[in-house]
Design a protein around this ligand. Structure first.
Ligand code: F0G
Length: 457
């Protein structure tokens, strides 16, 4: 088999500014050991997120010029909504400025005290919007999803037995929605199988609970279904995607992921009554229903990106590049989530740094070390992001301590990825010298974005 090449040529480039390890040590100290507080020009390879960081295609840029900025009834909106209707089969499409704006609207309507939103794993903003409404978010990930080092095909699956038990324990009336996140971002970018979605649908139908998809990475998930699930090898991606959405009553989507857009999102659904409520809220905070907080040009870029992301040459290259980095790290003995995810490689910080206890945030310590060593910016997805405190102010840790190396779409080449592997392996060789971190300042919700830390000596 020949090398799977990047299925694009480069037309515009952005410079990377180089700095030294000594400079980075100072930058890190000034940023209170929080990579979110580092200026992006001080970063060599930015793997903080795959969200909003994609390189747009020449077609998308052409769409930007075509964008119609009319306040109401813009043709760009109809391009956007027709495309999403075609992909999802859902009739009611509501644009929002990004994914969490869609979540905020949905949970403000459906949430509230005493309610549970049950998921394979909720992303942090989704959970935060649920909790902000007074409701509770519940993650019921399958057993395979709990073991980073043990490979399995669909580690993003929901534990359907646990779902049934939860519904019986709490009563279906307390559960306004079941949400399946594809791919499962917080659980390693792992895919959910069509079989699992079908089973969850069946349970939801039995108990009359609507099913929504958090569809940020729907195309990556569809590619895994094509590769790994029986009966899908010869199906075109749009068909797989269509089937996936056919089991859902609605979806939220951040177009900053699998739409190659730098901003944007939407809600899509079958229920006209719910759509009406969502639009009423939308008008108060996002904008008129035919732009929803976006410019007409953004709507065009999203409509075009949603089609491009389903191209098989792209998906093959995309998933292969994650697998390529995973293989290099595994070969060097670095503990990573296996198999590789759809949009990111996840380092297992608990295994990487067994000498740092979870309340000293090994994932954050590792993210800082990657920056200092090679200027790579990553993000902790562990107890800093998801940790809670008990009544004695003691940390209730997250299930997993991961560091995510999220790969922006169509941005970095193979030599960038080779460099990333070299830096991670160098940090791994010197892991015994690394220390934990202590929090000196934190916000009550989504603390990882603004938290300040210091090394523990
Ligand atoms: N759902 C999932 C699964 C996500 O990964 C994200 C964002 C959102 C919802 C919210 O979308 O950012 O447009 O408001 N994830 C980004 C990340 C931030 O880095 O994984 P948003």
């Amino acid at each position: 088999m020949r090398t799977i090449i990047e299925p694009f040529r480069i037309k515009t480039v952005e410079p990377i500014y180089f700095n030294t390890k000594e400079q980075r040590a100072r930058i890190l100290e000034n940023a209170f050991y929080n990579p979110f507080l580092i200026h992006s020009q001080d970063v060599l390879i930015d793997l903080l997120t795959d969200s909003g960081t994609s390189a747009m295609s020449s077609n998308q840029w052409a769409g930007i010029m075509k964008g119609d900025e009319s306040y109401a009834g813009s043709p760009s909106f109809f391009h956007f909504s027709n495309t999403i209707q075609e992909i999802t089969g859902m009739p009611f499409i509501i644009p929002t400025h990004q994914g969490r704006a869609a979540e905020r609207i949905l949970f403000e309507i459906m949430g509230g005290k005493g309610k549970y939103f049950v998921s394979n794993t909720l992303f942090d903003t989704t959970r935060a919007n649920i909790e902000f409404s007074g409701a509770e978010g519940v993650d019921l990930i399958c057993e395979e999803g709990r073991h980073p080092g043990i490979p399995a095909d669909f580690k993003g699956n929901m534990d359907t037995a646990a779902l049934e038990k939860f519904i019986i324990d709490k009563g279906a009336h307390t559960i306004p929605l079941v949400i399946i996140t594809v791919t499962n971002n917080s659980g390693g970018g792992q895919p959910v199988s069509m079989q699992n979605i079908k089973e969850v649908r069946k349970i939801c139908t039995q108990h009359q609970i609507p099913l929504f998809i958090d569809a940020c990475r729907f195309a990556e998930n569809a590619w895994f279904i094509k590769l790994r699930e029986e009966g899908y090898a010869h199906k075109p991606i749009p068909e797989i995607v269509h089937e996936l959405f056919s089991y859902a009553d609605g979806c939220t989507m951040s177009a900053k992921k699998d739409a190659f857009a730098n901003i944007g999102g939407f809600l899509a659904m079958h229920s006209e009554a719910l759509a009406l409520q969502c639009r009423n809220l939308l008008i108060i905070t996002e904008g008129f229903p035919t732009y929803g907080g976006l410019a007409g040009r953004d709507l065009e870029a999203i409509a075009i990106g949603l089609k491009e992301v389903m191209e098989e040459n792209y998906l093959q290259y995309r998933i292969r590049s994650i697998e390529y980095l995973t293989e290099k790290l595994v070969a060097a003995g670095v503990p990573v989530m296996r198999p590789g995810g759809g949009h990111a490689v996840y380092l297992d910080a608990k295994e990487f740094l067994p000498h740092i206890p979870v309340d000293q945030y090994p994932g954050q310590a590792l993210a800082c070390a990657l920056y200092e060593e090679g200027g790579i910016r990553s993000v902790e997805i562990g107890s800093l992001m998801f940790g809670k405190y008990d009544s004695q102010e003691k940390l209730i840790p997250a299930t997993l301590e991961l560091v995510r190396l999220a790969i922006p779409r169509r941005v970095y080449t193979q030599s960038h990825i080779d460099y990333v592997a070299e830096v991670v392996i160098d940090v791994f060789k010197n892991r015994n010298l690394m220390q934990g971190l202590a929090i000196i300042e934190e916000a009550p919700a989504l603390r990882h974005f603004t938290v300040k830390l210091k090394p523990i000596n």
